[in-house]
Design a protein around this ligand. Structure first.
Ligand code: EPZ
Length: 419
């Protein structure tokens, strides 16, 4: 089993370029299903989730070529409409293909999605949205049997600002005739990026970043385009938190500080000094983090759920106690037992965790349960005294690019072992 071994306690210093956002690349790949032509993505990154999504697209009939950090995706001859469970179960974003396949192929057979085991992760909002536009979806034997020939533009009211449902409803409606309005949508920066990509392919989508999106259907498939996604704010936040916990200084490029304000002002409260550039963030920290009394995850622009685990790792060595509330996913505390193995002092009650800061963590054998829990364990290992071995790092490779190389560049004593 792949693992990462860290000899902790080193200060981290240096400069890193943030890779393109995984959570932009995945909906962009799904949206490419509606392009009758070639999509060229600059800044493409080989997250394992993106590799799995490309395999889904190849099985639909797309051709893919990756040259360095450029992806050429030819969707001229998409001729299949099935997403099998072997691939769908690997990632949540597989469900993002449903609306696009229904719109292009008029039928779709999609297995239920997988992804991080951080909660039930229902898809009721996806189904509600597409059904309210006339899509027919029957759930049977673990598959969604979909018919799209009656899809019609209209109005959709989401019960909650689901990121994935926002993508799916946009994709089901963008090639229709007429205008579709979607209310109570997700406002994440990746949704804005997705809108910009679709418009580069000839779509007419507006309102992303607000709670209402208007899709002016173009009545045909989309055309070729070239696009570069935004930097990954969650990877950026992970590295900033690591430096805050280990002390040192870091400059991150290719990341928009506006996308991370919910984290940046908390790190300033922790005692870090932060400089915001146009597309860069610098952080300096030379002392133990001050405790944040409360961290509560919320949909964007609130504190991001994807940085809850990394931030909890930081709070384990703060100078006080912190209440962390996870509002988005009902089972996103699996890193707590592993952190407590390293000497952390964390109590849990339902979606609430009380973290009592301790002077020092100690290296241990710990096990990643999901992507961001794994990132939290890496941060803890970097801060701890002695050696930490993080097992099951395939979870981490889903959302970080060669994380050990990036951290080694900052001065960490870290190696990967693939056996
Ligand atoms: C996206 O997941 C991200 N994944 C997640 O990042 C992120 O944590 C999440 O948005 C929230 O920001 C990608 O972009 C690939 P949701 P998604 O639909 O689309 C409930 C990571 O670590 N819900 O906004 O699944 C759901 O159970 C990953 O990179 C319903 O109840 O997020 C959850 O509690 C993890 N019904 C909440 O909404 C639905 O139909 C947020 O889900 C859909 C969602």
């Amino acid at each position: 089993m792949k693992k990462i071994i860290i000899n902790g306690g080193k200060s981290l210093n240096g400069k890193l370029a943030v890779p393109s956002a995984k959570n932009s690349l995945l909906p962009i790949l799904a949206g490419s299903i509606l392009v009758k032509g070639v999509v060229k993505i600059n800044g493409f990154e080989r997250f394992s989730d993106c590799e799995d999504m490309l395999e889904i697209l190849r099985r639909l009939g797309a051709k893919t070529v990756v040259k360095g950090k450029t992806l050429y995706l030819d969707c001229e001859n998409i001729n299949n409409s099935v997403v099998e469970s072997d691939l769908a179960l690997k990632l949540r974003a597989s469900i993002y293909t449903m609306g696009a396949i229904m719109a292009r192929m008029k039928v779709a057979k999609i297995a239920y999605p997988g992804g991080c085991l951080i909660g039930a992760r229902p898809i009721d909002q996806h189904l509600k949205g597409i059904r309210s536009l006339g899509g027919r979806i029957i759930e049977r034997h673990g598959y969604l049997y979909c018919k799209g020939e009656n899809l019609t533009s209209g109005e959709v009211y989401l019960d909650l600002p689901s990121v994935g449902a926002t993508y799916n409803i946009i994709l089901a409606s963008v090639c229709l005739k007429g205008t579709t309005t979607i209310y109570n949508v997700a406002k994440e920066p990746e949704v804005v990026d997705f809108q910009n990509f679709l418009n580069a392919c000839g779509a007419r989508v507006s309102g992303a970043g607000t709670d209402k999106i208007v899709v002016k259907g173009v009545g045909k498939l989309l055309h070729s385009c070239e696009y570069k996604p935004i930097g990954d704010r969650i990877i950026a936040g992970t590295y900033l938190i690591a430096v805050a916990g280990c002390t040192g200084n870091i400059k991150l490029t290719n990341v928009n500080p506006e996308h991370l304000e919910a984290l940046l002002y908390r790190l300033e409260e922790s005692g870090c000094e932060i400089k915001r550039g146009k597309n860069s963030i610098s952080l300096t920290c030379d002392h133990r983090p001050k405790a944040l009394t409360r961290i509560e995850t919320k949909p964007y622009p609130g504190f991001p759920t994807d940085l809850q685990a990394p931030m909890m790792a930081l709070e384990t060595v703060s100078d006080g106690s912190c209440l962390i509330i996870e509002n988005l996913f009902e089972s996103r505390f699996k890193h707590i037992n592993e952190l407590n193995k390293m000497g952390a002092n964390i109590l849990v009650a339902d979606r609430n965790a009380i973290v009592k800061g301790t002077d020092m963590l100690y290296g241990a054998d710990v096990y990643a349960s999901d992507l961001r829990a794994g990132a939290a364990l890496i941060i803890a290992g970097l801060m701890a005294s002695g050696y930490t071995t993080i097992h099951n790092i395939e979870h981490i490779d889903r959302g970080y690019i060669k994380i050990e190389d990036a951290l080694k560049k900052l001065g960490a004593d870290i190696i990967r072992k693939n056996f």
